[in-house]
Ligand binder design. Sequence first.
Ligand code: ADP
Ligand code: MG
Length: 249
Amino acid sequence: MVLVRDSQDAPPRDAVELTEVTKVHPGGVRALDGVTVGFGRGSFTAVMGPSGSGKSTLLHCAAGLDRPTSGRIVLAGQDIGALREPKLTSVRRAHVGFVFQSFNLVDALSVWDNVLLPQQFAGTKPDRAWAKELLARVGLAGREKARPGELSGGQQQRVALARALAGRPAVVFGDEPTGALDLSTGREVLALLRRFVDELGATMVMVTHDPAAAAWADRVVFLADGRIAGELHSPSADKVSARMMELTR
Ligand code: ADP
Ligand code: MG
């Protein structure tokens, strides 16, 4: 099974591509200042940087949750900078999955309904066989009827992972997806992210402040003061830590 359906004959190499993106927040803070970066299809990227360096703003702009002040953002082959609501929301729903630190499951719904919810919002026909396979892959086969409150934090995040992938998004964004988990549970979630990239061709972009988490990625992109401050390929936790020390000095 292949995760991403290609809608074009020659899909772009990058799932998301930002060119010279600047974001000035209301109040005048320049959170992003000429950021050019691409996230290759089937790759796993960690985004790191000191607090206030623009990580969340980058994620929100790349995901179509926020609009850049200037610059170009191409998501799944579409220039989303030019889009206004509600078109932006529909592109986001069709092409982006999210995993949050706080899981963000709907407590009143079963695991199964949580996984299918984004497709319902998107108005697409849910792919039940795929949802079932994803739940099996995250180790929750047979727990479809459970409520989130009956599950451990790690299990809830694994439901959120299945939910993020259920609509076969072009890219999954994670904002500190292991931030609320203990070390070994966090590692299980990271191993799943890694497997989704390696086995299903998923594209992952994960903000983290944890060098050990970043070391699961193919590449770490560093941000400082709203600008790209270098990257590391095949990162080790030690190299990531050293780089972060330089940036926060
Ligand atoms: P990070 O995630 O790296 O901590 P953010 O992207 O959250 O950084 O923030 C970058 C800068 O933009 C900070 O100075 C922050 O205070 C500012 N900022 C972020 N969001 C907003 C907003 N909605 N309104 C005004 N300023 C913001
Ligand atoms: Mg942030």
